[in-house]
Design a protein around this ligand. Structure first.
Ligand code: DON
Length: 574
C-alpha cells in the first residue's frame, strides 16, 4: 500500500486516539432519533474501500482528528483519482450517513441530473429506434455531475476538518501520481475504441498512444488543479468559475448540450432513507432515485411470508429468484426521480402487496417473466462504480456508492479539467422496453427529461439488529441490489463481514428472463432442481461485484472490515 503512494506515503502514520465526544448514542429510525438502546461507542474505527490508497486516505483523515464524514470525503476523492474507471468528480453517488451524536440517518442524493436541454427522444433515430451506443461514449452520454457537490456538502455539514484537509490526500495522489493497477489497465483495454474522441483523456491514460503497463505511474495534474479549486472555493470551485468554464467549453466543442446554468443549478438532496424490517433486522437503505431500497423491501417482504429455515436450498433459491423477478418488474414500471415522478410507494412497500406477489409464486414452477403484467404499454458487470464503508470510534457511519457508470464513464475528458465525464444517461430508459447496458428495461417513469435524475441501482445500506450493525454496498449495475439482498440474508443468519464479501452471488432481474450465478453460488443439485422447475440459468463468465463491508458487534465489541476478494481493495480496523 505504502509503495503505491508516492511522497507523503513514504511516512507511515498511526491513528491517534479519538476524543470520545459522545459517551452514549442512540440507534435511530429514519430521520429522527429514537432511543432503542444505549450502547458504548466502538473502541475502533474501520474503513473498507476498493483501493488501498483510498483506505489510507481515510485513515490519514481520521488520524488528523477527522470523523467518519471527513474520512468519507477523503476516501471518495481519493477513489476519484486512483480508481478512474469507476467513479470521479465527473460522476455522482449516494451517501448514507449515520450521525452518532443525534442518531439522525441521512441519505445524501448526489445523483447526476439530465441537462436542461435533454429531451425524451434524444437517443432515438428518425424511426424511433435507439441510436447505437449514444448513451455510452462522449459528452452526450453525460449527466451533470453530483459528486463534487456531495464532498462539499458532507464536509460543511457533517465534517470536523476543512475541506482542504480532507481533499489533501486526493490532491497529492493526482499530482504525485500512483501506480497503475491491473484492474484499471483492464478497463483501459476494454474502452480502447473510445479514446480517440477525447485527446485530454488520451494524454493522461494512453500517453504517446501507448497503453500503460502495470507499475507505470499515472499522474493527473489537471485533476489536481480541479481538486485544488474545489478545496479552496467549495461548490463554486467546481460548478462556477474556471472549472465550470472548462467543462462547458469542452462539452460544447464536442457536441454536448451542457450549459453553465446546468452546473450552477446542480444541487445535492438530503432525503430520508428507506427503512424496513425483516426478521429482527432493520434495513436502512437507498430511496428513489435509487431503485435499491424499493427492490430490497419488495424481496424481503415476499421472503417474510415463508419459513425459509424449514425449506430446502432449492426452495430457498427458487423463492429468492421469484421475489427478485417481481421486484425488478415493478422497478421497470414504477420507479424514477422522486422529484418528477409520482410513485405508488405506499402500495409497493405494503405487506398486502407482498402477500399478493407471494400468492403468484408457484413453488414447483418458474414464472416466465413474459407472463407477468407487461411494463411497456405507455409507449461486465461489477468492475466499475465503487462502494466504501466507514465506521468511526464515535459510532458515526458512512455507506457510500459512487459511479461514473460503465468503465471510464463516457471516456471523455473536457480539456484542462482532468475530469472524466460519466455516462449515466444510459441509466434512463431511452425507449420503453429497450435494454440499457445492464439489460435493464423501463418505461415512462424513467424516461429522459430535463433536469431529471436517472434511476439507479446503487444501494448503500446499513443493517441493524439488537446485536450490532453492518455497513455495506457494492458496484455491479443492476446486480447491486441482489448482492445486497443476499449479503443481508447472510448477515441475519450470523455471517461475518468477510463471509458477506466472499458469498457467491446469483441474480434475476425480470428481463432478460435468466438467473445469472457465479460459479459455486448454487450447488449442482440446486441448479438441476431449478432447471426442472423451468428456470433459465446462466453461469456468469466472471465473478461480479466488489463489496465492502464493516460490521460492529455490540455484544463482543468486535469491529470487522472486509473487502471483496474479487477486487483490489483494502479493509482496515484502527
Ligand atoms: O446507478 C447505477 O445503477 C449504475 N450507474 C451503477 C453502475 C455500476 O454499478 C457499474 N458497475 N458495474
Amino acid at each position: 500500500m505504502i509503495n503505491r503512494w508516492r511522497s507523503i506515503y513514504g511516512v507511515t502514520f498511526r491513528a491517534r486516539p479519538f476524543s470520545l465526544v459522545c459517551l452514549i448514542f442512540f440507534l435511530s429510525a429514519c430521520g429522527s432519533p429514537s432511543a432503542v438502546d444505549v450502547i458504548k461507542p466502538p473502541a475502533e474505527a474501520a474503513i473498507a474501500s476498493a483501493d488501498p490508497l483510498a483506505t489510507a486516505a481515510g485513515e490519514m483523515t481520521l488520524a488528523a482528528g477527522g470523523n467518519a464524514f471527513d474520512a468519507a470525503v477523503a476516501v471518495s476523492a481519493a477513489l476519484a483519482v486512483v480508481e478512474p474507471a469507476s467513479s470521479g468528480l465527473g460522476g455522482g453517488g449516494f451517501f448514507l450517513l449515520h450521525d452518532a451524536a443525534t442518531g439522525r440517518q441521512i441519505f445524501l442524493d448526489a445523483r447526476e441530473t439530465a441537462p436542461a436541454a435533454a429531451t425524451t427522444g434524444m437517443y432515438l433515430d428518425s424511426d424511433g429506434e435507439p441510436l447505437p451506443r449514444a448513451t455510452y461514449t462522449g459528452p452526450l452520454a453525460a449527466g451533470i455531475p453530483g459528486l463534487p457537490a456531495a464532498l462539499v456538502h458532507i464536509s460543511e455539514n457533517y465534517g470536523r476538518l476543512p475541506l482542504s484537509v480532507s481533499l489533501a490526500p486526493a490532491i497529492e495522489l493526482a499530482e504525485a501520481g500512483f501506480i497503475a493497477t491491473p484492474r484499471m489497465l483492464l478497463g483501459l483495454k476494454f474502452r480502447r475504441t473510445a479514446y480517440d474522441i477525447s485527446p485530454a483523456f488520451k494524454e493522461v491514460f494512453i500517453p504517446d498512444n501507448t497503453l500503460p503497463v502495470a507499475g507505470d505511474i499515472i499522474r493527473q495534474p489537471d485533476l489536481g488543479r480541479t481538486l485544488r479549486r474545489l478545496a479552496a472555493q467549495g461548490f463554486d470551485g467546481f460548478y462556477l468559475g474556471e472549472t465550470a468554464a472548462l467543462l462547458i467549453a469542452g462539452v460544447q466543442e464536442a457536441g454536448g448540450i451542457w450549459t453553465a446554468p446546468d452546473l450552477a443549478n446542480y444541487r445535492v438532496v438530503e432525503r430520508p432513507p428507506l427503512v424496513f424490517n425483516y426478521r429482527g433486522m432493520r434495513v436502512i437503505t437507498a430511496p428513489p432515485p435509487s431503485s435499491g431500497g424499493v427492490v430490497l423491501a419488495t424481496v424481503f417482504n415476499i421472503l417474510a411470508g415463508y419459513d425459509l429455515d424449514s425449506l430446502s436450498s432449492a426452495d430457498q433459491a427458487h423463492i429468492n429468484i421469484e421475489a427478485m423477478r417481481r421486484a425488478y418488474r415493478d422497478r421497470a414500471e414504477y420507479l424514477g426521480d422522486p422529484d418528477q415522478i409520482v410513485m405508488p410507494l405506499t402500495r409497493l412497500l405494503s405487506d398486502g402487496y407482498a402477500a399478493e406477489l407471494r400468492a403468484s409464486i408457484d413453488m414447483d414452477l418458474a414464472t416466465p417473466s413474459a407472463s407477468l403484467r407487461p411494463v411497456f404499454s405507455d409507449g461486465s458487470q461489477g468492475s466499475d462504480t465503487t462502494h466504501f464503508s466507514i465506521l468511526d470510534a464515535e459510532g458515526n457511519r458512512v455507506a457510500a456508492t459512487q459511479s461514473i457508470n460503465t468503465w471510464y464513464g463516457a471516456a471523455f475528458m473536457p480539456a484542462g479539467t482532468g475530469v472524466i465525464l460519466n455516462n449515466e444517461m444510459d441509466d434512463f430508459s431511452i425507449k420503453p422496453g429497450a435494454p440499457n447496458s445492464f439489460g435493464l428495461v423501463g418505461a415512462g417513469a424513467n424516461s429522459v427529461a430535463p433536469n431529471r435524475r436517472m434511476l439507479s441501482s446503487m444501494s448503500p445500506t446499513f443493517l441493524e439488529s439488537s446485536d450490532g450493525i453492518a455497513i455495506l454496498g457494492s458496484p455491479g449495475g443492476s446486480r447491486i441490489i441482489t448482492q445486497v439482498a443476499l449479503a443481508a440474508q447472510a448477515w441475519i443468519e450470523g455471517a461475518s463481514a468477510s463471509e458477506m464479501v466472499n458469498l457467491k452471488r446469483y441474480h434475476q432481474q425480470y428481463l432478460p428472463d435468466t438467473v445469472v450465478y457465479e460459479s459455486g453460488a448454487l450447488s449442482s443439485e440446486v441448479v438441476a432442481e431449478l432447471i426442472t422447475r423451468g428456470h433459465d440459468l446462466t453461469e456468469s463468465r466472471r465473478p461480479y461485484g466488489n463489496m465492502n463491508v464493516v460490521t460492529w458487534n455490540y455484544l463482543s465489541g468486535d469491529v470487522e472490515a472486509a473487502t471483496d476478494p474479487r477486487g483490489e481493495g483494502e479493509a482496515r480496523v484502527y
